[in-house]
Structures are given as C-alpha cells and as structure tokens.
Write a protein that binds this ligand. Structure first.
Ligand code: GLV
Length: 323
C-alpha cells in the first residue's frame, strides 16, 4: 500500500506524478490556502505533510498528525512551522534552500532598480494619463554607481545579492545575524564585502536590503529606531519576511521622508498590506514574488518531494532545517 501524504497546494504536474508514483496523495485543490481546520482534519493518518509558507503548522497540526514522519516545507523560510514541537515528536522538518537563491537575488535587484529609478511610480503616472513628456528634471531617481549596498544577513541569498553589486558599481557592506551589534570575529567572508555593525550599516548605506530569517530576534528588527538611523536619501528593500520590518514605523518614515523610498515583497500579515503604505508613492509593493520563476518553483517542489521520498524510504532527509 502506498503511504498517504497531504499536499496543501498544487505543484507542477511532473513533480506531482513523481510523488504519486510512490505515495497516495491527498491534494488540497484551489487557489486559496488550506484552512487551519482542514489541515488539522486532513493530516490525520498521513505519513508526510508537504506544505507552504501560507500554512501554519503549529502544535495542534503536529498533534493531529500522529503518523507524520516528515514535514516538508516548499520554501526556504520555515517560520510557519513550530520546529520545536516537531522535534519533540521526532518529526524532521525540511525546507528548500539553494534552489531559490538566484531567483530571489535577481528579484531583489529588480526591486532595488525599481525603487531607485521610480519604475512603478512612473508607470502609475503614465497609465493615469498625466505624463506630459520628457523633461530634464522629471522623475529623477538615484544612480547606483558609487553607492553603498548594505546587506543585513549575509547568508546564501544575501551573498548572491552581494555578488551582483559590482555589475552596478556598488560597494557592499554587510552585517550577519551574529554580528548585529558587533562584527563577529572572522566574520568577513568575501574580501569585497565590508562587515560592520547593523547600526553603522544603516547609517552609511544608500540601499539597505534584508536577508535574515524571521526569528524572535529579527521580528521588527527594522522599526522606528533603525529607520531613523538610515540616510534621508537611503532606500530599504525587503525580500525576507514581512515581520522583520515594523510596517507602521516604515509608513511613518516614508511619509515623513526620513528615508527616500522602500520596496517590499513581503508583509506582516500577507496577503494584507498595511493600509498606511498603500497611499505612498515612494514605496514599491510586490506580491511575494521573490522565488517566483518557473524554474525555481519547480525545483522547490521537486526538492520537497525528494525529501519526502527519502524519509518514507527510511533514508535521511536531504535538507533538514537547523534550529
Ligand atoms: C519564500 O519566501 C521562501 O521562503 O521560500
């Protein structure tokens, strides 16, 4: 008999058929996330749960999943899963690192360019029919060449963002998680990246981009105090997790022109966007598209399936999460 597994959203057909060849798949159809109640009732009797960042896999879900042998998140971030509760039940949790690094780094650059060159603002104006034509002083942005990119969180994605900076003539500063207050000894990983404290990075960077996981230490890492430390000409970009930024504080800083602009791909309560941000022209708002390429989303689903198949076959998971 094939082991029963719960899959909370459609995945590419080729990947799904690989899962179906070995497992009996209970698939939550439709475009909306599975409800928490549905998740609890359908996880019962399943040996694997393949889930998304939109699914809250808490203690209740894990308690209901008495037969679970693995929780495979189709995302690199796993703040949606109570990893400690899973560990207490000896259920491995896996994520999808590496396969989405390049796509997310590319999208970060899309946002950096969009906000500093006012692409979305310009398009809104044009579609609104109020463009009067070329003018020397019309919609001026900030040039990247010669500026400093500040990377908060120099992990896989942060490093891939850093690697693209020389193409735009930017110097790179970074602080890693363990170096939020003081540079960790030996923290310099690339000769072309200057490691510094978060405070100094905020005060000296022209573009600050966030690449930390969401944890109790990084929740609201960027609030009123941090935003006040930034240059008035500086830009903030967030492709990590929404709650790393205090949206109320950001709306305040943008409204008061304490910073020049921001570009967000993630939000505190997705899919809700903080109303105070929606009316501001100096913020670019994207609907969580960081890893959204056909290649990457297929690779993410495939890696999650590989993790499930390995564990159900009695092997070790390929990409277990730390922590
Ligand atoms: C997307 O946000 C991910 O964590 O994979």
């Amino acid at each position: 008999m094939k082991p029963p597994v719960l899959l909370t959203r459609r995945i590419p057909a080729s990947v799904l058929s690989r899962l179906k060849a070995t497992c009996s798949v209970d698939l939550h159809e439709g475009d909306d996330p599975i409800s928490h109640d549905d998740l609890i009732s359908r996880v019962l009797g399943k040996q694997a749960l393949l889930c998304l960042l939109t699914d809250r896999v808490d203690r209740e879900v894990l308690e209901a999943g008495v037969d679970l042998r693995i929780v495979a998140n189709i995302a690199v971030g796993y703040d949606n899963i109570d990893v400690a509760a899973a560990r207490a039940r000896a259920i491995p949790v896996t994520n999808t690192p590496d396969v989405l690094t390049e796509a997310t780094a590319e999208f970060t650059w899309a946002l950096i360019l969009a906000v500093t060159r006012r692409v979305a603002e310009g398009e809104r104006l044009l579609r609104g029919g109020t463009w009067k034509g070329w003018a020397l002083d019309f919609m001026l942005g900030m040039e990247l060449r010669g500026k400093q990119l500040g990377i908060v969180g120099l992990g896989r994605i942060g490093s891939a963002v850093a690697a693209r900076a020389p193409a735009f003539g930017m110097s790179v500063a970074a602080c890693s998680l363990e170096a939020m207050t003081a540079p960790a000894p030996g923290a310099v990983r690339r000769p072309d990246v200057e490691m510094m404290t978060l405070d100094r990075l905020l005060a000296t960077s022209d573009v600050v981009t966030l690449h930390v996981p969401l944890t109790s230490e990084t929740r609201h890492l960027i609030g009123r105090h941090a935003l006040s430390r930034m240059k008035r000409t500086g830009y903030l970009v967030n492709t990590s997790r929404g709650p790393v930024v205090d949206e109320d504080a950001l709306a305040w800083a943008l409204g008061e022109r304490l910073i020049a602009g921001a570009a967000l791909d993630v939000y505190e309560q997705e899919p809700r966007v903080y109303p105070g941000l929606l009316g501001l022209d100096n913020v670019v708002l994207a609907p969580h598209l960081g890893s959204a390429t056909t290649e990457t989303r297929t690779a993410m689903a495939s890696l999650a399936v590989d993790n499930v198949l390995a564990v159900l076959a009695g092997r070790a998971p390929l990409t277990p999460v730390a922590g």
